[in-house]
Ligand binder design. Structure first.
Ligand code: NAD
Length: 365
């Protein structure tokens, strides 16, 4: 019989608590320690009956766990994950992989050097909705993917911004905290991004970091996408507010937030509605609507299972640090495009890595 993997959660804040709850429901792993220097961490650990350590150095010295889930502020990802990997502990590291390209590249070097599993927490990729959409796109249900439009209206309450890191340039803002998920999905569906244009504003909140942005993406194989995001605008049109991934934190409104249109059909998400024409595409004909079926599953739960597998057997992470760093490079280009008011070309050469294009139907897996 395989034994349950002893895990630490490092950072017992908003998403750390989701990971703790996910562990509570998982037979293949259990929470064996918390790491958080804040008083709330100690109180939570006591209520859960596990030790609370002040930092990862103490966790490593205590030898209590076989792996760790890191859910600390963005600018701490590199030092925390590096220490764990160097100690031989597999890491599930929350997105974004780091707060800067430099830190992300150093983390990739550590992961390569140690060979210890490092999975980045782009949890949506574990969602059956995304897997089904990806299969449909790759199998040509939309024909060639031509365009997409993505919205994220995420009106965050004032107390969300009590944590300094969330309103600081370089560690917070909806581009790094939220849009990174959308970039990840668009790359997943379209393939790599060739260039970006963007406008960003901090006019609503007045923080050093943006609160609202409008972004245009051009993909290597000709597709185009627009994204509109704000953490100060009210509306249900956001993945977080429609997909029902984290019902303890967010309601799931019955509208769509992502729209993908190809040469032969359209797809909206997260409702997974496919729109296709009978015969050759013709905008004067009514489209057939099909709601795609799937067995729903909690992406955080599936992500944890994958992480347990990596911890036990090694293997290739579904979202590697290299892959997640491509998202950071795109984000840097978006910021640069907004600053310059110009189109910026995406250069992935620091990664020596390219994902295959997905625009043409029936290619790749
Ligand atoms: N995948 C998702 O759905 C998702 C959702 C929210 C946040 N996130 C990511 O998770 C991370 C945490 O976000 P959050 O909103 O939970 O933040 P938070 O501010 O609510 O919590 C962070 C916690 O980390 C603790 N902490 C800070 N430095 C630490 C250190 N060096 N060692 C141990 N603990 C430390 C803080 O005391 C705090 O309790 C961020 O990287 C964020 O981008 C991911």
């Amino acid at each position: 019989m395989t034994t349950s993997v002893a895990m630490a959660v490092v950072g017992a804040g908003a998403i750390g608590r989701t990971h703790i709850q996910t562990l509570a429901d998982a037979p293949e792993a259990h929470l064996a320690a918390l790491v958080d220097p804040a008083p709330g961490g100690l109180a939570l650990a006591q209520s859960l009956g596990v030790p609370c350590l002040p930092d990862v150095g103490a966790l490593i010295d205590a030898g209590l766990v076989q792996a760790a889930i890191v859910a600390t502020p963005n600018e701490t990802h590199f030092p925390v994950a590096q220490a764990l990997l160097r100690a031989g502990l597999p890491v599930l590291l929350e997105k974004p992989v780091a707060e800067s390209l430099d830190a992300a590249l150093r983390l990739i070097a550590v992961a390569d050097d140690t060979g210890v599993p490092l999975l980045i927490g782009h949890h949506r990729r574990h969602n059956p909705i995304i897997r089904t959409a990806h299969d449909q796109i790759r199998n040509g249900a939309l024909g060639d993917l031509v365009m997409a439009s993505v919205t994220a209206s995420l009106a965050k309450p004032p107390d969300y911004f009590q944590a300094d890191w969330r309103r600081s340039a370089g560690s917070g803002g909806p581009l790094l905290i939220n849009l990174v998920h959308e970039i990840d999905l668009l790359r997943h569906f379209f393939g790599e991004i060739d260039s970006v244009q963007a406008i960003a504003s901090n006019a609503r909140r007045g923080f050093p970091v943006e609160d609202t942005a409008a972004v245009c993406l051009s993909f290597r194989n000709g597709g185009l996408a627009t994204l509109c995001i704000s953490d100060a605008a009210v509306g249900p049109w956001a993945w977080d507010l429609t997909a029902g991934e984290n019902m303890a934190r967010f309601p799931a409104h019955p509208v769509s937030a992502h729209h993908y249109a190809g040469s032969a059909g359209g797809l909206s998400l997260p409702d997974l509605t496919l729109w296709r024409s009978d015969g050759a595409p013709d905008w004067t004909r009514e489209l057939r609507r099909q709601r795609l079926e799937l067995a729903a599953a909690d992406p955080y739960r599936r992500q944890l299972s994958h992480f347990v597998d990596l911890t036990r057997q090694g293997g290739t992470p579904l979202v590697s640090a290299r892959d997640a760093t491509a998202n950071l490079i795109v984000l840097d280009c978006i910021r640069e495009a907004a600053r310059l008011g110009q189109r910026v070309t995406v250069d992935l050469s620091p990664l020596s890595f390219d994902r295959e294009p997905a625009l043409t139907s029936g290619t790749g897996t």
